[in-house]
Structures are given as structure tokens and as C-alpha cells.
Design a binder for this molecule. Structure first.
Ligand code: EPU
Length: 341
């Protein structure tokens, strides 16, 4: 069985939304579990570093990748269980995330709609616990089916075992590059329970006579289009940094000095700030140095304006971190994965 093709020196520019011009020593796209197994266990490749690529929308390559890049293209959306109130879907890691959301909305499955129009693939959703407008992937993920790279064994992680946190999971920490997501099992509701509290979502919905799945999806698409750059026009990886979480005591002092700070309670003692606002307040919104800059309408997004290298982007990001640290005493952590030397 050899349906896949291993390509040498594959250019990855089209495989990362930052459009970084790098190469993989070997590249393969695998559409089935047996193919994936055969590839990772093959004598030729099993000693090489492996990197799993999805939609490439949360990555920054800083050099060529001297190993095997695997694109998981397993497809299929399948209903595998239904109760009176819930629907369970099994979705292939290679499915486009927004096609999956669209499928849920069209079928009246509730819970995923706020995460409309996020670029990327389903397989990446548990890795970084994608989220938007007050909902995170962890809220709808039931379990995650993976294959262990070292052994080729299939392993299922329950929602709890994934150790989900804000843009974080076990797959970004102790099990980084150890498992490949092949299918994600989602639990959605058959009963409406909308989350409309985030930002100005409610305002957007006012123009519709009814609040329903389709109108929520359309509003979110409209908001995202108005704030976030389209990758084909402005190559980027969405939010570059995570929104920082700080202790209440520190927040109170900062708020005295900067009363306009946007904030959300994440627990009684911890407050999340908006990294985009902090960067904006440092005067870095729309700022550009040579090939790299922040997006005019959203300072949290770094854009590759013209053939930038990953290293140039990292350098630019370092300058932003320094400015925010100097003004607010806050360290911004990167949201995306850096791949390379
Ligand atoms: N803001 C500014 N200036 C800016 C950018 C933002 O003042 O340049 C202010 C906004 O006015 C707003 C606040 O900061 O009051 C928050 O901004 P926004 O609602 O745009 O959301 P965000 O916190 O910047 C997060 C996620 C996004 C997600 C949106 C909506 C992170 C790191 N980012 O952005 O996710 O779409 O909320 O839920 O958590 C991504 O992860 O790539 C991503 C795009």
C-alpha cells in the first residue's frame, strides 16, 4: 500500500499562512490511518524529526525543516451518536475547520458557531484549543483520536486528558510532537444556548430580526473580516501573542494609571488583558519595519508585507515584547508555534 508520495525539498510557502519561503527535506500528505502508520514506522524516515502541518495558520518557520513534514489530510464528517439533546460528530483531522462549523450551523447543531471563520484544520483545534468570541474548542471536544509517532499505536485522549487551557493543551507541552491527531470527536447540542457576551457581537446581531445560528455565524464572519487580515492579502498567523493573564493586585495598579484598559476576569484573582490594546498603546499599531509590520486594524496581528523571513518576524516581535514590557511590566507570550533553528 503506497498511495502517498514522499517529496524531497518541498517548498512550504503555500503551507503556512505567513508565506515564509522555506523548504522541508521531505514532505508527505497522508489521507488514511494505514498510510500514516506506514510512513512514521518506515525505516527510512523514523529517525528523522517529524513535524505535523495542518492549515499552517499558527506557525512561524525560522529556517528550512531538516526532517519529514507530514500533512494529515484525513477527511470525513460523520455522525456517530445522538441523544435527545446532543449530537456527536467524528471529524477527520484534515477537514477545513470552517467547513466543519458551516456543517454544524446548516444542520442546527449548536455550540460551534462562535468559532466561525477561524483559518486552519480540525486536527489543529485540540492542539492549541482554538477559540473566539467566548467559546473554545475544548467546550465542544468530546475526545481526540491520535496516533503515537514512536509506535504507530492509536491512542484516544478524553477531553480531560487533553489538559486544555487558554490556547494550550497537552499536545503543546509534555506530548509535543509525540502524537498525531487523526480524528476529533465533537459533542454539540440540539438545543439553542447562545453565547453573545463577547465584545460587540450583540450589536452586530441587532440588524437581524431573529437570533439564530446562521445570523450568529454571519455576524462573526463580518466582525472577523473587518478586524483581521485575509491571509491572501496580508500573510499573517492571526494573533501573534496570547492575551496576558495577570494577578488582580497588579491589574488594580495598572488600571489606576491606564483607566481605559480592557479586561476580563478569568478567575477571582486573575485578569486577562487585551494584548492588542497594550501593543496599540505602545504606539505599535500599523507600525512597519522593512518587510514586517503590525496590521493597521489590529495590533496583535503581525503581517509579512513582503517576502520577510521568519527570523525578521521574530526580531520584530521581540521589539514589541520589549516595548510592552517597558511600558506595562508585562511579558507577552507568543501564541504560535516556532519551527526551525
Ligand atoms: N484592541 C485595541 N487595539 C488593537 C487591538 C485590539 O485597542 O489594536 C482592543 C479592542 O478594541 C478590544 C480588545 O482589545 O477591546 C480585544 O480585541 P479583540 O476583540 O479584537 O480580540 P483579541 O483579544 O485581540 C482574541 C483572540 C482572537 C479572537 C478574538 C475574538 C487571542 C490571542 N486572540 O483577540 O483569536 O478571534 O479574541 O474572540 O486570544 C487567534 O487566536 O489567532 C485569534 C485571532
Amino acid at each position: 500500500m503506497n498511495y502517498y508520495k514522499i517529496i524531497e525539498n518541498k517548498n512550504l510557502k503555500k503551507y503556512n499562512t505567513f508565506n515564509i519561503n522555506v523548504k522541508a527535506r521531505f514532505f508527505v500528505s497522508a489521507g488514511t490511518l494505514p498510510e500514516l502508520k506506514e510512513i512514521i514506522l518506515s525505516q527510512k524516515y523514523n529517525k528523522l524529526p517529524v513535524f505535523i502541518i495542518g492549515g499552517g495558520s499558527n506557525l512561524l518557520f525560522t529556517s528550512d525543516f531538516n526532517g519529514l513534514v507530514i500533512e494529515v489530510s484525513i477527511k470525513n464528517i460523520q455522525k456517530y451518536k445522538e441523544t435527545q439533546t446532543e449530537i456527536y460528530l467524528k471529524v477527520g483531522a484534515g477537514e477545513n475547520w470552517d467547513d466543519f462549523i458551516d456543517f454544524c450551523v446548516k444542520n442546527n447543531y449548536y455550540g460551534a458557531e462562535n468559532m466561525s471563520y477561524i483559518p486552519g484544520r480540525v486536527g489543529a483545534s485540540p492542539v492549541q484549543n482554538v477559540g473566539a468570541y467566548g467559546v473554545e474548542a475544548k467546550d465542544i471536544i468530546h475526545k481526540v483520536e491520535t496516533i503515537e509517532i514512536a509506535t504507530g499505536n492509536v491512542k484516544i485522549f478524553s477531553n480531560k486528558e487533553c489538559k486544555f487551557a487558554y490556547r494550550d493543551s497537552i499536545f503543546k507541552n509534555e506530548f509535543k510532537n509525540k502524537y498525531i491527531v487523526i480524528n476529533v470527536y465533537f459533542r454539540l447540542s440540539k438545543i439553542p444556548d447562545f453565547k453573545l457576551e463577547y465584545g460587540n457581537l450583540k450589536n452586530y446581531l441587532k440588524k437581524f430580526s431573529e437570533i439564530n445560528l446562521e445570523n450568529i455565524r454571519n455576524s462573526i464572519i463580518e466582525i472577523r473580516k473587518s478586524k483581521l487580515p485575509l491571509p491572501e492579502d496580508f500573510p499573517s498567523a492571526g494573533s501573534f501573542f496570547k492575551n496576558p493573564i495577570i494577578r488582580l493586585g497588579i491589574f488594580i495598579k495598572l488600571k489606576e494609571k491606564y483607566p481605559n484598559l480592557v479586561s476580563y476576569f478569568v478567575s477571582e484573582e486573575n485578569i486577562k488583558l487585551a494584548a492588542g490594546q497594550l501593543i496599540d498603546m505602545c504606539g505599535w499599531k500599523g507600525k512597519r519595519i522593512k518587510n514586517v509590520g503590525t496590521y493597521q486594524k489590529q495590533a496583535l496581528v503581525i503581517v509579512n508585507y513582503s517576502e520577510a523571513t521568519g527570523k525578521e518576524i521574530l526580531e520584530f516581535a521581540g521589539k514589541i515584547q520589549k516595548a510592552v514590557e517597558q511600558k506595562f511590566g508585562i511579558n507577552l507570550d507568543m501564541e504560535l508555534t516556532i519551527v526551525g533553528e
